[in-house]
Write a protein that binds this ligand. Structure first.
Ligand SMILES: [Zn+2]
Length: 169
């Protein structure tokens, strides 16, 4: 509640914080530009943040990743090509163009494939009477096939985790 310009009802803010915590909603304090001071919850920008939480309840990063969906609404498509992230979510309008997943998805896959495909390839090579190139060829095909399947969800997971971290940070 704004009592006068520049003054806020601290008790009302505290009551509203408690109400948000009871409903397991994050209490957000948007920073006032320039001053670095937190705005109280009842100012208009905080109301916008609360409105967003009501309109877009939190989406599980794993669910968003498996469906390759927008991390905010969980409905809009995240990609517009195979691995190209859309400029903006078609459903909620979240700007996705600044998302940078970097090497995260590739690192995920390097670990997963390294710990699964390499032992399988070695087992094939030592257990069966195959020509030397066969286990290598099978391993290469497995790496390409599993990467093609998992790269999009891995990238979507990194994007969703970034969004979640930024929202609560
Ligand atoms: Zn969206």
């Amino acid at each position: 509640m704004v009592l006068a310009e520049g003054f806020y009802d601290v008790e009302a803010s505290r009551r509203r914080d408690d109400a948000l915590r009871r409903r397991h909603l994050p209490v957000l304090y948007p920073r006032q530009e320039g001053s670095g001071q937190a705005l109280p919850l009842n100012c208009s920008r905080t109301s916008e943040a609360t409105d967003m939480q009501t309109r877009f309840p939190p989406v599980s990063p794993l669910a968003a990743a498996l469906g390759c969906k927008c991390p905010r609404c969980g409905r809009g498509a995240l990609f517009r090509g195979f691995l190209t992230v859309s400029e903006r979510c078609d459903v909620c309008g979240l700007e996705l163009s600044k998302v940078d997943s970097g090497d995260g998805p590739a690192v995920f896959l390097i670990f997963i494939l390294g710990f699964t495909v390499v032992p399988v390839t070695l087992w094939l090579g030592f257990s069966f009477d195959l020509p030397a190139w066969a286990p290598v060829a099978i391993g290469a095909v497995l790496v390409i096939a599993i990467s093609a399947v998992l790269l999009r969800p891995a990238k979507a997971l990194v994007v969703a985790l970034q969004y979640r971290g930024r929202r609560s940070g």
